[in-house]
Design a protein around this ligand. Structure first.
Ligand SMILES: [Zn+2]
Length: 198
């Protein structure tokens, strides 16, 4: 079986990279105009180099008009309520997975892994099983056998963190903060979610 990983350079997809290391043909990072893409991509490049996995970087300008806090330098503190809802990027996972799919299909990749987990579900509706099933149905209708698979779908962030420790992934090797500074802000939804496990 040939597989690829939709890779953000964050804790979840980096842990998944290590878990599926021996079966990965490719990692795919997509620049969509988020504040923190420079830091994410730097982590993703370093990890793929270390693990000797090719990294394909794709880019879209379809979020130039986004109103998401992630794309407008307007990150608000907190990981619940309206401040977290402001982090939603319009139609993000359908777009990112659709961008990764042509390469997967062309390379004969059966499975595109994604790092979605249970704590994504309540805010980011396109991280739920219903979305993945719908996307895979669409791929089937279009006549393709490539599928999206989310091994962490029923996992908590804490469980992923435990595995990252088992794989000896240092904190500095992954990037979560939404703000895009040189060091994590400690206050945004991503920082709070990550730090509460530490
Ligand atoms: Zn932050």
């Amino acid at each position: 079986m040939k597989t690829a990983l939709l890779y953000s350079g964050g804790l979840d997809s980096t842990t998944l990279l290590h878990m599926k290391r021996d079966m990965l043909s490719l990692c795919i990072y997509i620049k969509y105009g988020s504040n923190h893409s420079r830091q994410e991509l730097s982590c993703a490049r370093a990890m793929c180099q270390q693990e000797n996995i090719p990294l394909l970087v794709l880019e879209t300008n379809c979020y130039d008009n986004s109103s998401s806090a992630l794309c407008t330098n307007n990150i608000r503190p907190g990981c619940v309520g309206p401040n977290m809802l402001a982090n939603i990027v319009e139609f993000r996972n359908p777009v990112l997975i659709s961008m990764a799919f042509p390469t997967c299909i062309a390379m004969g990749i059966d499975t595109l892994f994604v790092g979605f987990h249970t704590e994504d579900h309540s805010v980011f509706l396109d991280c739920r099983k219903e979305f993945i099933d719908s996307f895979n149905n669409m791929a089937e209708v279009c006549g393709y056998s490539t599928r999206v698979v989310a091994p962490f779908l029923a996992w908590s962030k804490e469980e992923i963190k435990q595995f990252s420790i088992m794989y000896n992934i240092p904190d500095t090797a992954t990037w979560s903060c939404y703000v895009g500074g040189d060091t994590p802000c400690g206050e945004c939804g991503a920082c709070l979610c990550r730090n509460k496990e530490e």
